[in-house]
Design a protein around this ligand. Sequence first.
Ligand code: SF4
Ligand code: SF4
Length: 165
Amino acid sequence: MKTRVAVRNLRLCTKDCLCLYVCPTGASDTENSIIDTNKCIGCGKCADACPSKAISLVPLTYPPQQKKDETLVKLANLLASNKAKEENLAKALMLNSTDNNSAKLFKAINISTRLVNEDLLREAGYMLPQSKNAHQFLADLLESDYPNLPKDVIKKLLDLIPTND
Ligand code: SF4
Ligand code: SF4
């Protein structure tokens, strides 16, 4: 049974077509850059052949979410909350900068702070859409009174994304 499929990182692909050459099923199309997941059998020959490391094999089902230590989750959330403040501050400084170099510097800080925050939230168990936390977050949004929430989209996500907790 197929357990994984190939995906291509377009930013790394140089379109040398080696993946197309070795693929036994014709799943890899370098004209439109799509790997047809219906045709892909997950053999990994394309990933082995790719000199640019542009192809990865992703599992069709994710491993179950691991139970996180409560203290770790609390600390990660606290750090993430502080990083969000830093990110907003850097953004405000960027928007109010009067010279180009300062604006670039604050933009870089803004982006790097966001990346750190994403790592922290991943560590706290929120990033995988299949995680129980992500489902609870969406369910809470659905129940909330926040204005302008696309509740039809949130409901569809909840219906579509399986939970594997
Ligand atoms: S082998 Fe790698 S670099 Fe070459 S076309 Fe395929 S994905 Fe792109
Ligand atoms: S994993 Fe195998 S079947 Fe899938 S695209 Fe790569 S070479 Fe083709």
